[in-house]
Design a protein around this ligand. Structure first.
Ligand SMILES: *Cc1c(COP(=O)(O)O)cnc(C)c1O
Length: 365
């Protein structure tokens, strides 16, 4: 997947910075008895990055996409693999073959996993998900949740009920709080009472649950988190929740693109305004003649041009089309010339897109 050819656009992963972020998360969670599933989907499973998760002592390498897990296996990474999206019925065979554990919320899928595991002579571990209000995956009805857990425990020889979990802050924007964690623990204890043993895993969510680790409010029995963004970029907790994330690098990933044109031009389009390349009518501010840089990178690569952040001071992204990005560099501190490389910070959305784009070179250093 990665190569060292110097071609642009390029996304560069600094493995040392990345490793620092993983080590910090593993250490801070470890102090509270919380193991980590290192989630690789936020960087499209770049194996060099995934390897760092394994070497840093994450309990699992996790993804929503089986292709990414297969990529890690092909790269030779020895780890326990966790599928964190409920398996599709069409991928049961592969899910059982290449992963050790999956998150689940459908009885029909659990039955299919059981059947396939028996066929492959394996015991596949499952975590039963409960929806605590974010309204994405998970059982909503507590009785159905309990019945599914009991079914796995008592009727599925191909499955092992490893634990229970929840997901927050993904669809419903619901904050992960100690109250939500206590509700999850109560649900877990309901299952434990019914099956007569303790569960191995109570998985308290994703990056959005990490603040409870940092401010020491995580209820005791939560012993697993599935973290991606908070390690990859460590940006949302800092920018959206105002946490001090200075112990992690926000620039482990760098997007680089090349200047293909540099000219003074009017800032307001000249002629009759109609539609732009994507069928929208743009909004333009007339700031007179400005120095602009045109880059060889566009919406096809980054999807959200307003969600990449130039590292140079005094630069502004003013627009884009499918294959071009336009910067206002009039007030730039740096003197640019054609052929120069401009560097950007990324956010979760744009990190996902650039690492997924076949047009963007991935380089690990
Ligand atoms: C994506 C995902 C995660 C990781 O989310 P981050 O915000 O990247 O930490 C954890 N659990 C599930 C179920 C997910 O889909």
């Amino acid at each position: 997947m990665s190569n060292s050819e110097v071609r642009y656009p390029m996304v560069e992963l600094d493995l040392k910075k990345f490793r620092n972020n993983i080590d910090q998360a593993v250490f801070r969670c470890g102090k509270l008895g919380i193991g980590l599933a290192g989630v690789i989907k936020g960087f499209t499973g770049i194996p060099e990055g995934a390897k760092q998760f394994a070497e840093a002592g994450c309990d699992y390498i996790a993804s929503s996409r089986l292709e990414q897990i297969q990529g890690c296996i092909d790269y030779g990474i020895k780890a326990s693999y966790m599928l964190i999206r409920v398996p599709m019925l069409s991928e049961i065979e592969e899910a059982v073959r290449i992963t050790d554990i999956s998150l689940n919320s459908e009885v029909e899928v659990l039955k299919a996993l059981n059947k396939e595991a028996l066929k492959q002579g394996k015991v596949h571990k499952v975590v039963i998900m409960i929806d605590l209000g974010d309204l994405r995956e998970g059982f909503w009805d507590k009785k159905e949740f309990l019945d599914a857990a009991l079914m796995v425990e008592n009727e599925c020889d191909g499955l092992y009920l490893a634990g229970v979990g929840t997901n927050l802050g993904c669809y419903g924007s619901i904050l992960a709080t100690p109250e939500k964690m206590n509700e999850l623990i109560a649900d877990a204890e309901m299952v434990e009472k019914a099956i007569g043993r303790t569960l191995d895993i109570i998985s308290g969510g994703a990056t959005t649950s990490f603040p409870m680790v940092l401010n020491n409010t995580m209820p005791k029995r939560i012993n697993n988190l599935r973290m991606g963004e908070g390690i990859i970029l460590a940006k949302d907790l800092k920018d959206l929740l105002g946490l001090d994330m200075s112990f992690m690098y926000q620039d482990a990933f760098t997007l680089k693109a090349q200047i293909i044109e540099l000219k003074d031009k009017p800032s307001y389009p000249v002629g009759q305004l109609s539609f732009d390349a994507f069928g929208n009518i743009g909004t333009y501010e007339d700031r007179g003649i400005r120095k602009r840089a045109l880059l060889g990178m566009g919406k096809v690569d980054i999807a959200y041009p307003d969600m990449i952040y130039p590292r140079d001071k005094g630069i502004e992204v003013i627009g884009s089309s499918s294959d071009h990005l336009i910067l206002d560099v009039e007030d730039a501190e740096r003197e640019f010339k054609v052929g120069d490389i401009v560097e950007f910070d990324l956010c979760y959305a744009t990190n996902v897109f650039v690492t997924n784009s076949p047009n963007v070179r991935i380089v690990c250093k």
